[in-house]
Design a protein around this ligand. Structure first.
Ligand code: C5P
Length: 232
């Protein structure tokens, strides 16, 4: 599995997304479509970006009763996305059903990964507001182990946690890591962050980068800087 930079296209419309993607003339970045863009434009945005030749991570973070998640996964899988996800907090049963819904008629399926703890969640909030009486690292490892037991391909976590996940779930268990910032950039609302170079060192397989690329005047330059630091 090759390391790659996934660009979070968190835009409110197709027009803004295509303005952004049109700037990339020499490369076809792996694109993440999240809730904002998907809810604004619907499934057609996935088909259009796919038609342009990009790989797609559809980041809708499903979390519902098992049967609903299974049926929804079947629909999303048919959009021919390369990767999709759910919340590990939905329980082992929910993840099992999700996996069952995923295979396409030709036998292929997207990579399925589980969100452990959002990279915007601090240990303090997790303990005080969600009443989870464990360390954030222990919950991340436990959620990753649950996902692995069921047969999911990997997890979403902070790059700071990628090494720990690999130690507990094996080197082949994929880590997809948002919460990436350049050493000289703003962290915004993220909490558990690090740089692309450090993410590489710790062992992330994919970094997900949004605003450090999309909010810049030269997004192509920022994307290249990310690739250079992370893939080498
Ligand atoms: O702009 P920024 O680089 O913070 O974007 C990170 C992206 O990764 C956002 O689209 C966010 O929804 C997503 N994400 C995250 N933390 C997770 C899972 C997904 O930040 N645990």
């Amino acid at each position: 599995m090759g390391k790659d930079v996934i660009v979070a296209c968190d835009f409110p419309s197709a027009a803004e997304t295509f303005d952004f993607l049109d700037k990339f003339t020499d490369e076809k970045p792996f694109v993440k479509i999240g809730m904002e863009l998907f809810y604004a434009e619907g499934p057609s945005i996935v088909r259009e970006i796919k038609k342009r030749g990009h790989k797609i991570f559809l980041d809708l973070k499903l979390h519902d009763i098992p049967n609903t998640v299974k049926k929804s996964m079947a629909v999303l899988s048919k959009l021919d996305v390369d990767m999709t996800n759910l919340h590990a907090a939905g329980t082992v049963e929910m993840m099992k059903y999700a996996l069952e819904g995923l295979p396409r008629p030709d036998g292929t399926r997207p990579i399925l990964i589980a969100v452990t703890q959002l990279t915007s969640t601090s240990e303090e909030r997790m303990q005080n507001e969600l009443l989870i009486n464990a360390s954030i690292n222990d919950t991340i490892v436990k959620y990753a182990q649950n996902a692995k037991t069921v047969g999911l391909d990997g997890v979403v976590c902070s790059p700071l946690e990628a090494g720990m996940v690999k130690e507990n779930c094996g080197a082949d268990f994929i880590t997809v890591t948002p919460g990436v910032r350049f050493a000289d950039g703003d962290i915004g609302d993220q909490v558990r962050v690090t740089t692309p170079a450090k993410a590489k060192e710790i062992g992330s397989d994919y970094i997900v980068v949004g605003r450090p690329i999309t909010a810049l005047d030269d997004p192509v330059g920022a994307y290249r800087r990310c690739v250079e630091e992370f893939v080498g």
